[in-house]
Design a protein around this ligand. Structure first.
Ligand code: CU
Length: 208
């Protein structure tokens, strides 16, 4: 699951591109992670840890301006380094050699986070302001949540995900106040308690 700020970013918070280079690995014929998030124009790498060839084929929506490509990557080949020009949630990825291989590249503008194995998120480097937070998951779809006036120390609001299963949880916005004004959000944390967890989760790999 990917969490990002879909409204409210401005200036350098919107245009600044992280220097980190996330890696989309092909390991045991599975994309690892299954979902890789990145910023527009942020470089990412596609690695092949397998002793077999893969043919990676991201297939973005042509309306976005992102251009599809597919490249074969034999065992021991160096990582392929790429970036995407436009925001797109989300780009499906498949392997032309192994039809069961499927993953997602999620391209957003500004700070983002991906869930850990417990369903927790932290969005870092968020400047002061009011935001719309969007959470995306391949099966459950998209949900948004307004985060207004986040200057208090902590803030809770309800966040529901409803598809085949309903996930109900708390959105916890942790805000630290600097010694002088203005107040600044250092991080935003979201967690889901899976109060109505059902067997659907058994088939969901970690990190989704
Ligand atoms: Cu493959």
């Amino acid at each position: 699951m990917v969490l990002y700020l879909s409204e409210g970013l401005a200036g350098s918070a919107l245009t600044q591109v992280p220097t980190s280079v996330p890696v989309f690995d092909q390991k045991n014929c599975v994309y690892t992670p299954h979902v890789l998030a990145m910023d527009v124009n942020q470089n990412f790498k596609v690695a092949n840890s397998d002793q077999t060839s893969h043919n990676i084929h991201p297939n973005p929506n042509p309306m976005t301006g992102n251009i599809p490509w597919n490249l074969s990557q034999p065992p021991g080949a160096p990582p392929i380094e790429k970036s995407w020009k436009a925001e797109e949630v989300a780009i499906p990825v498949q392997c032309n050699i192994h039809p069961w291989m499927h993953g997602w590249l999620v391209v957003v503008k500004g700070p983002y986070a991906t869930t850990d194995s417990n369903g927790n998120y932290t969005i870092e480097n968020v400047p002061p302001g009011n935001y719309t937070v969007t959470a995306w998951q391949e099966d459950y779809g998209t949900q948004t949540q307004k985060s207004n006036g986040c200057g208090r120390k902590t803030r809770k609001c309800r966040f529901h995900f409803q598809a085949e299963v309903e996930i109900t949880g708390n959105f916890l916005c942790s805000c630290r106040t600097r010694s002088t004004e203005p107040e600044s959000i250092d991080s935003m944390t979201m967690s889901f308690s899976r109060s109505r967890r059902r067997c659907e989760f058994a088939s969901a790999p970690n990190g989704r």
